[in-house]
Design a protein around this ligand. Structure first.
Ligand code: DQA
Length: 154
């Protein structure tokens, strides 16, 4: 009997103000909407037999709760912590505590912007970070997760 390939489940977290994409500072973030990003993520996920759960929150505690509950339900986390990238010890601790591998993504190149954006509190506890490729940062982040899960011992 041929064993079917495992279906992985990935939690996608969009942090504060990302619901405004499309209208928000288009010179920085482009014209892409969150809906378009989510559609592209679902398409890529389907091609790779990945199940996605996607949520956006403007609230630090909600993001901490979602990460805290991820163990046992999700194989990996794809997160754009948005402004919390630079401020949230709570989200960093949640990522560190949950032992679910996380990949951090940013639409803009945070290192080419204001100095306060150059520090990510999340990056040291993430598997890696992708920054600066607009919508493609999310798709590259999901591909990185797929490679990671495919190469991790089952
Ligand atoms: C962002 C970069 C953050 O500095 C900013 O606060 C955001 C979006 C990005 O995707 O480029 O809200 O995470």
């Amino acid at each position: 009997m041929v064993k079917s390939a495992k279906i992985y489940t990935v939690l996608v977290i969009h942090g504060p103000n990302l619901g405004l994409l499309g209208q928000r500072e288009p010179e920085v973030y482009g014209n892409v909407t969150l809906k378009q990003i989510n559609v592209a993520l679902h398409k890529l996920a389907e091609e790779h037999r990945i199940k996605l759960e996607i949520f956006q929150s403007n609230h630090e505690g909600e993001i901490v709760d979602a990460i805290g509950k991820s163990k046992g339900s999700f194989d990996a986390i794809l997160i754009n912590p948005a402004a919390y990238t630079h401020t949230s010890v709570a989200i960093r601790d949640a990522v560190s505590a949950c032992s679910v591998p996380a990949v951090e993504v940013h639409l803009s190149n945070i290192y080419s912007r204001e100095e306060f954006r150059h520090t990510s509190l999340i990056a040291p506890v993430a598997k890696g970070q992708i920054s600066g490729f607009g919508k493609d940062s999310y798709l590259l982040g999901l591909l990185a997760i797929i490679r990671l899960l495919d190469s991790s011992p089952k």
